[in-house]
Structure formats: structure tokens, C-alpha cells
Design a protein around this ligand. Structure first.
Ligand code: PLP
Length: 492
């Protein structure tokens, strides 16, 4: 038997490896079928002009990996144990395996939409009012590197062993201490889980509670990361409108065993705060309908007016709220660190699910964060950035009123962005977004800014969302000046 290959002149592999690879590929591609015989090593070495030893070693490796078998005194054959259906028989008969084309896989891949957290235009913008980005200058780099280095020195087996998937006890205890005064939540550290930010928490909740068709009540507009995740799990979405007092609880659907997703401290993207009356209505509804509420408290550390509002979780007497907090906004999204406070009844299942998902978050960052909190640096860091974001917010409000007169703005008492409701005299938000982009300024309609109306857009094109936290005051003034010029250009 002659073999239909020669060795390549431009050799990247050793001779032995090349023979091994060529024969292996012929088997996997179906050019050689189970039971086919191979030439004796001597004949093969003559044909390929390589030493017999090279061929013997290649055969030996193919044999040890299960591709070939030797029948004593008869010869060497392609292993008869290989399942023919697993091989791609290009020369095959009617019984051959299907061709490995794209279409044979296409049915198995579900289409998934993702939240757009990275602005595709960022690099070509002079001033970008993109939402939810901390100021990179605010990260406590020096202290953080010191804390990391110190923990590394004594890390021992912490870096090599698996740890509890629900997170380090020290950090959970610090979070419990923080949540009580900051958010009015009295949490048992055992009900706290360290997660990879709110998105990881949403996944955890989704995997625990959502089946195809489970009702998922979401805000309209809704943060894309939640809506698209629930959609990917085949939940049935019920968008409920948000007005100046937050989610309109009068319009909650007539369903039970649902999951409700809310951003009550600072609605994303419109910035409104869920009123106390509606908070209580929502909790009563959840208890009556045996539903769970997911409270995404992504930027609640920043409240500039009045005292911090007690979280829904802090008001929850029915143990129906899953609270999600994150270090992405007050420290940085690159840490991928956050926390969930789960109902006690959910504790065990949530811990097990976290293990199935990813075996927990990195030990080193958890340890450094625990030290950062324990030493009191976290509270002073929050105080410092809160002051700085408040000054930026005031600068933005002043610049808007300087160029546009009195503006209807929502969401400015808290958070890292605000929502400007455009007066009738100005063009549509999408037109302004496009014109500003040409001037090197990024401002966003709610749908460009990582939220979705789930196909019920309504009057969404009359709102611009504007983040201010990552900009300097100089940039904010420059940006609003250029925005005004671009709108003027549209009107003239
Ligand atoms: C409303 C909301 N929830 C969650 C997140 C994501 O947070 P994390 O980085 O903690 O996953 C964001 C990010 O911008 C957000 O706006």
C-alpha cells in the first residue's frame, strides 16, 4: 500500500511528529477507516525516505494514543475500536458521519445579546459622558499595591488551594459591618456571598430561579445586563414602566413565582429613586405572589442630597429580597468583586450554584479588600470620591443651565450619571447624540447607554443620559460647550 503523502520540505515539526500528525489527521478525516491496514515500517520508511526508527516511533505513539492497533504477525491497522460516527468520513458512504460544516453546529448555539458596557466610540472622543465609570485617578493604587504585596507574602496555600466558593469570611464580615449603617441592612455574614460583581449575582439568581417561561418583571427601561440575561435563560419578560417615583407598582403583572429586577436607589438609566410607598407595595406584592425581588444597588454609595435611603433589603420582613452590591463603581470594575445578600432559605443552593459556576472569586483581591475595609480606608475613600463626584455633578448642572437655561434633570441627587429630559425646543436625543459625536463629544440616549425598552420605546428619544464621574470639571465644561455648539448646528 502506497501512502498518499510526502513530508513537507519546510518542516516545522520533527520528522517523527510530522508522520504522527499526518496519519492521525488521515484517520480523523476519514481517509483511513477503522480496520484499514498501514504499510509496514520498512515500506513506509522507503517511501518517505526517513529512517525506519522514525516511523516505528510515530507508529508507537499512534498506538499508545489509541489510533492504531497491532495484530501480531499480521500487521498494523487503524484501531477497530474508533467510533466511525465520530470520524469525519470525507470519502465515506451513506453511513459516514456528517460533514463538519458550520450549519451542523448552528442549531446548538443560542443567539445571545450582551450589554454594551464599553463605548465603541470612546477612543475618538474628546469628552465622553459615558455612564457608570469611576474616575481612574481615584483608585487608591499605592495603598492597594501595599495591601496586595503584604497578603502575597503570607499567602501560603491560599493561592494554591480551592477556597469556599461563597467567599472569604473576613471580607463577608466587613461587608456586613458596612451594610448596617450604609444601607440599613442587618445581614448575617453567612447570608453574604462574594461574587464577581452584580452581573455574576444576576447569573447566580437567574440560574437558581429562572426556568423557560418563568415570569421576570423588569423595569422599563431596564439595564441591558439584566434584561438580556433573563432573555438568554428564556424567562418571560414583563416590562413595567418607571416614572418619577420609580417602578410603577400599580402595573405589576398578575403572575406568581416571579423574579423582579429593580434598581431602587438610583434607577438605571433614568436615575429616579423608588419611593418608600412603592418599596413597601413591591415587598407586599412579592410576599403575596411568592416572588423574589433582585435589588441591584450598583451605585448607592453616592448620595449627594439627604441621608442614604434604606435599601429594599433593609425593609424586607418576608425574606424575599436578594441584594446585589458591587465594588465596580466605588473602586473599579476591573476588580470584578461584589457581594450578594441572599435570603437564608436560599443560602445553601446559592453556595452550591456559585461552586458550579466558577468555584468563587480570586483569593488575593478578597483579602486585600477585607484589609482595606477593616483599616477604615474604605470609608475614607468613599467620603473622598463622594465629595469629588458631587463637585463634578454640580459642574455639569451649572454648565447645562449656562448653555440651555433651566433644564429638567432627573437622577442628580445620587449616583454617577443623570438623565436630562429634553425640552420640545431641542431635537430628538438620537439626533443630538449623532451630532455631538461629530464634535468629539459622547452623550447617549438610554438605549445607546446600556439600557433597553424591550421594544416599547415610547418617548425614549427625549432623554439623554450623561455620566460625569470619570471626567474632570474642565472636561465637563468643554464637553457641554461643544454639545451646545453641535445642537446649535442642528437647529440652524
Ligand atoms: C445597573 C447596573 N447594574 C450592574 C452593573 C454591572 O456591575 P458589575 O460590574 O458589578 O457587574 C452596571 C454597570 O454599569 C449597572 O449599570
Amino acid at each position: 500500500m502506497q501512502f498518499a503523502f510526502n513530508l513537507s520540505a519546510d518542516r516545522k515539526l520533527s520528522l517523527q511528529n510530522e508522520v504522527f500528525e499526518r496519519i492521525r489527521t488521515m484517520i480523523l478525516d476519514g481517509q483511513l477507516r477503522p480496520g484499514d491496514s498501514l504499510p509496514a515500517t520498512r515500506i513506509m520508511s522507503d517511501q518517505l525516505q526517513v529512517s525506519r526508527n522514525t516511523i516505528s516511533l510515530a507508529y508507537e505513539r499512534l498506538r499508545s494514543e489509541g489510533y492504531l492497533e497491532t495484530r501480531r504477525s499480521v500487521g498494523t491497522f487503524v484501531s477497530s475500536q474508533l467510533p466511525e460516527a465520530g470520524l469525519n468520513a470525507k470519502l465515506g458512504s451513506a453511513s459516514a458521519a456528517p460533514e463538519r460544516t458550520q450549519s451542523s453546529f448552528a442549531g446548538a448555539i443560542r443567539p445571545v445579546r450582551a450589554q454594551s458596557l464599553m463605548n465603541p466610540h470612546h477612543d475618538r472622543l474628546m469628552v465622553d459622558f459615558w455612564v457608570g465609570r469611576p474616575d481612574p485617578r481615584s483608585f487608591p493604587t499605592k495603598l492597594w499595591s501595599h495591601l496586595i504585596a503584604k497578603r502575597l507574602l503570607y499567602a501560603g496555600a491560599n493561592l494554591t488551594d480551592y477556597r469556599q466558593p461563597w467567599g472569604q469570611l473576613e471580607l463577608r464580615q466587613e461587608i456586613a459591618k458596612h451594610l448596617r449603617p450604609a444601607r440599613g441592612i442587618i445581614a448575617d455574614p453567612d447570608d453574604i456571598m462574594i461574587i464577581g460583581g452584580c452581573q455574576d449575582g444576576l447569573n447566580l439568581v437567574g440560574r437558581l430561579l429562572l426556568r423557560p417561561g418563568t415570569p421576570a418583571v423588569v423595569e422599563r427601561p431596564c439595564y441591558q445586563g439584566a434584561a438580556y440575561l433573563f432573555e438568554s435563560l428564556h424567562a418571560t419578560l414583563f416590562p413595567v414602566p418607571v416614572d418619577a417615583w420609580g417602578l410603577n407598582t400599580m402595573q405589576l403583572p398578575d403572575v406568581s413565582n416571579a423574579v423582579v429586577y429593580v434598581t431602587p436607589s438610583h434607577h438605571y438609566p433614568l436615575g429616579v429613586t423608588l419611593s418608600l410607598e412603592r418599596r413597601l407595595e413591591l415587598l407586599t406584592w412579592a410576599s403575596r405572589t411568592q416572588s423574589y425581588v433582585v435589588e441591584d444597588d450598583y451605585d448607592s454609595d453616592f448620595r449627594f442630597e439627604g441621608s442614604p435611603i434604606t435599601a429594599l433589603k433593609g425593609l424586607d420582613r418576608f425574606d424575599r429580597v436578594i441584594y446585589l452590591g458591587t465594588f465596580s463603581k466605588c473602586m473599579g470594575a476591573g476588580l470584578r468583586l461584589g457581594y450578594a445578600v441572599v435570603p437564608t432559605a436560599m443560602r445553601e443552593a446559592a453556595r452550591n450554584m456559585k461552586a458550579l459556576m466558577n468555584n468563587g472569586q480570586p483569593w488575593l483581591e478578597q483579602a486585600a479588600m477585607a484589609d482595606f475595609m477593616k483599616s477604615g480606608h474604605y470609608v475614607s475613600h468613599l467620603r473622598r470620591i463622594r465629595r469629588s463626584y458631587m463637585a463634578k455633578r454640580e459642574c455639569l448642572l451649572a454648565a447645562l443651565s449656562e448653555h440651555f437655561g433651566s433644564c429638567t434633570v432627573l437622577g442628580d441627587p445620587a449616583g454617577m450619571h443623570l438623565a436630562w429630559h429634553l425640552p420640545e425646543s431641542l431635537p430628538l436625543a438620537s439626533k443630538i447624540e449623532a451630532a455631538a459625536l461629530k464634535e468629539g463629544v459622547g452623550v447617549y440616549t438610554p438605549t445607546s447607554g446600556c439600557s433597553t425598552y424591550l421594544g416599547e420605546e415610547g418617548d425614549s428619544d427625549r432623554v439623554l443620559v450623561m455620566g460625569f464621574s470619570s471626567l474632570t470639571e474642565k472636561e465637563i465644561k468643554l464637553g457641554i460647550g461643544r454639545l451646545a455648539a453641535s445642537i446649535h448646528g442642528l437647529n440652524s
